[in-house]
Design a binder for this molecule. Structure first.
Ligand code: MLT
Length: 320
């Protein structure tokens, strides 16, 4: 009797799915856990990828949002999940910054996961509520400076992409403002559109729609050159903020101990999904650039995570 069939029988008899049956995987819906609130940029990446990967795996992939503590609550949930291929984590740069900013987190972002592969790089845009007086980044700087800390900016919690970009902007201009943390920039965008908060730096996977509709004002993008889908928005160097370059990388992770046969199926489905012209085009419409084929592999994500952990440790560690 094949080992996997025996394993499946043991699993059924013991009532546990702890023993994965790689040959029949997936035999139930897979969960992409997004550690930020629904409706934000990470949620958008997850839902687009889930549809494309699900088709290639021949199964359904559902997206679950578990927000809080800058993404570490949801990431910790996946770290402790059964390593059976049915609970995966889709997270971004926050996976690296959490090592420095959340030393008490219940998991180690490197030791607790099996990297599946990198997905997409997404630039950011500094956006303001439509009623904000400034119409350029220079005018926004004057507005914030005059506010002497009273201007409000939204982010998704310490260490998230929106938090990194916002604090980099304030540090580069030596200004202060009042941070308004949210469980993700989906809900933050709702308040920005509603005029409850003044500005935010967020990924184009979330801001593009609202910039085009005129619900928010765009001041700068964090890419070295203008984004083709937002041609009217100056790049960071054009706006005099070359240091404000920031691209948000996204990766897919399985819990440590997930069987190699299952991980190989996931790696193949990820690579094939990212070859899908429709998915590449959709990410492109939202300013994202799907990673090259060589980066859709575990080794590339492992190396990226290690390098980014060191990069942000140097930036975020309190001055010695
Ligand atoms: C972030 O700033 O990291 C994003 O808000 C995360 C998200 O909401 O998708």
């Amino acid at each position: 009797m094949k080992r996997s069939l025996a394993a499946a029988i043991i699993a059924m008899v013991s009532g546990s799915c702890a023993i994965a049956a790689p040959d029949t995987y997936p035999s139930q819906p897979i969960t992409f856990l997004v550690p930020y609130a629904a409706g934000g940029p990470t949620d958008t990446v997850a839902r687009l990828l889930a549809e494309a990967m699900g088709r290639r795996l021949g199964g359904r992939i559902i997206v679950e949002n578990v927000a809080g503590a800058g993404g570490t609550l949801g990431s910790g949930r996946v770290a402790k999940a059964e390593p059976n291929g049915y609970t995966l984590l889709l997270n971004h740069i926050g996976m690296a910054t959490s090592v420095t900013l959340y030393p008490g987190a219940s998991y180690d972002p490197v030791a607790a996961f099996e990297p599946i592969g990198l997905i997409v790089d997404v630039p950011m845009t500094m956006v303001g509520r439509a009623s904000l007086e400034p119409n350029s980044l220079a005018e926004l700087v004057s507005f914030v400076r005059r506010g002497e800390g009273r201007a409000t900016y939204a982010h998704a919690g310490p260490g998230t992409a929106s938090h990194l970009c916002g604090t980099m902007f304030l540090a580069a201009t030596r200004m202060t403002a009042t941070a308004v943390p949210y469980r993700g920039t989906g809900p933050a965008m709702s308040d920005l559109v509603g005029g409850q908060v003044d500005f935010m730096c967020d990924q184009t996977t979330n801001t593009t729609t609202f910039i085009r509709s005129g619900h928010v004002k765009a001041y700068v993008t964090t890419r070295a050159a203008r984004i083709p889908t937002l041609p009217e928005v100056p790049s960071a160097p054009e706006a005099g903020f070359a240091t404000l370059e920031l691209s948000i990388w996204h990766g897919l992770y399985a819990p440590k101990g997930t069987p190699p046969e299952i991980r190989q199926k996931l790696e193949a489905a990820l690579a094939a999904a990212l070859d899908d012209p429709a998915l590449t085009a959709r990410f492109g419409e939202l300013g994202g650039i799907v990673v090259a084929q060589a980066e859709r592999r575990p080794a590339a994500l492992r190396a990226k995570l290690a390098a980014e952990i060191e990069r942000w440790r140097g930036v975020l560690s309190p001055a010695q």
